[in-house]
Design a protein around this ligand. Structure first.
Ligand code: ADP
Ligand code: ZN
Length: 439
């Protein structure tokens, strides 16, 4: 099979060349930040690091980490590394975990970001002949603009739908023959569910691939979406702080996402100690941008938990791969002393034949954590008697116990009773946080 790349010279360069380019770019990027960002100079002073201490990328471990709190503290202009007059765009995080962070872009920053997204579309099999339906949100959120820009760069026909209005999404998908769908995985699942309700079979649409990201999703969810839409589903990762989607993207192997290493340097650290971990270890992903002008970040803690591997990939790309993030370190719930990730719950549900429509509710009553998982019944189960429903709940409970090590209360609820998401799904309601309980 002929291999396609958007920028083959970058995407397939030797590992030695990657390291060389990263080193050259890092030194320049570090100087740029040092010269232009007072907040960063102060942070170095506080940590006793001098400019002369950093001679190559091997010295990066001497530098302090930057956190989301730093960016919040520096809001809005404190991390800006160029004159605002040189900037052409602002985006902002979704605010999933607190106050939004704003990021700035020069035209060059936008160009590189869109190149990264174009690489992702090509890796998913996209060409200029494709019709790319972008139903990530447009506006301050980076999802819409990123994939939109990537699709333009490639010369594909771009359908700038933004999120929401699912009926219209489906009408245009069918009438205009969309071949690539870009949105969050939870929205893709909802589009699949709605297509079925409207009487369409997976083979009725012209879609061949989907590029889904912006939130954690499991392999089980991938299979579910692939089946319901009749496509191959590819993961894409990114965060506003480092431009947006396209920091890493999946190829035809669908076994982890290649990080665009000519633009980003990735490390994995122990989230508790900050120690850098060797390749193959699970930990928190830390990014350093290598050529950003307006909003460069050195050693930015993403809080996303993943594993990096440089195993050879059959697609021919040489960039290191990151495994599907399990979720953020702050998505992890500690319930009755046990660590629980929503993605583990999703995996069990889909393995047991349920749809990915669920909500986790955690509370504390009489000093004990309560742990409820609301799961929608499948429409065909809805007619069951209370006795059969209880039996099903018990079965699901024991599967959860096996995966998580603790017993949640399972509540099977009516189909369509859990709100669908058009963007990032809200899976967890942790009432303990509102009560100010330190968890
Ligand atoms: P916020 O941090 O407020 O949600 P963003 O919209 O910039 O702001 O989202 C970036 C975050 O989304 C990442 O840090 C990560 O937690 C999550 N994310 C993005 N892509 C993926 C993906 N493919 N898999 C898992 N999580 C993802
Ligand atoms: Zn690959």
């Amino acid at each position: 099979m002929q291999k396609n790349y958007y920028q083959p010279e970058a995407e397939t360069m030797s590992v030695e060349d990657i390291k060389k380019i990263q080193n050259e770019k890092f030194i320049k990027q570090f100087k740029h930040v040092y010269d232009n960002v007072k907040y960063y100079r102060d942070l170095l002073d506080k940590n006793g690091v001098k400019f002369e201490d950093i001679k190559s990328i091997d010295d990066i471990s001497k530098l302090p980490f930057l956190s989301k709190d730093d960016l919040r503290e520096a809001y809005p202009y404190g991390m800006l590394a160029t004159d605002l007059k040189n900037c052409v765009r602002i985006h902002s995080t979704s605010g999933t975990t607190g106050k939004r962070v704003v990021a700035f872009y020069t035209q060059e920053d936008i160009d590189l970001w869109e190149d990264c997204c174009a690489r992702a579309i090509v890796a998913a099999g996209g060409t200029k002949d494709d019709v790319v339906q972008v139903c990530y949100g447009y506006g301050l959120f980076t999802g819409g603009s990123g994939l939109h820009g990537g699709s333009h760069k490639l010369g594909s026909l771009t359908l700038p739908m933004s999120s929401g209005n699912t009926k219209r999404q489906i009408q245009f998908m069918m009438d205009l023959g969309s071949t690539i769908l870009c949105c969050t995985p939870s929205y893709a699942a909802y589009i699949g569910e709605t297509l079925k309700e409207q009487g369409y079979k997976p083979e009725d649409n012209k879609l061949k691939a989907g590029i889904f990201g912006a939130e954690p999703w499991t392999e089980e969810m991938r299979r579910d979406i692939e089946k319901s839409l009749g496509i191959k589903a590819y993961d894409i990762y990114g965060l506003t702080e480092s431009s947006g989607p396209g920091v890493a993207f999946e190829c035809e192997e669908q076994s982890g996402m290649h990080i665009n290493e000519d633009h980003f340097y990735a490390e994995i650290i122990d989230p508790d100690t900050g120690e850098v971990l060797p390749e193959g270890s699970k930990g928190e992903l830390v990014f350093t941008s290598l050529d950003k002008e307006a909003f460069p970040l050195i050693r930015y803690r993403t809080r996303d938990i993943t594993v990096l591997t440089r195993e050879k990939c059959s697609c021919g790309r040489t960039f290191i791969k990151m495994m599907k993030p399990m979720g953020r370190s702050d998505d992890m719930m500690i319930i009755r002393g046990v660590n629980v990730f929503p993605s583990q719950i999703e995996a069990v549900l889909l393995n047991k034949g349920y749809a990915p429509n669920y909500q986790i509710v955690v509370d504390r009553v009489n000093n004990t954590d309560t742990f409820d998982i609301l799961v929608e019944m499948l429409p065909e189960d809805f007619s069951d008697t209370p006795k059969t429903i209880t039996k099903k709940e018990k079965k699901l409970q024991s599967a959860m116990k096996e995966m998580l090590g603790i017993n949640p209360a399972i509540r099977l609820v009516a189909p369509k009773s859990i709100a669908r998401s058009e963007g990032k799904a809200v899976r967890v309601i942790d009432k303990r946080k509102k009560m100010g309980i330190n968890i």
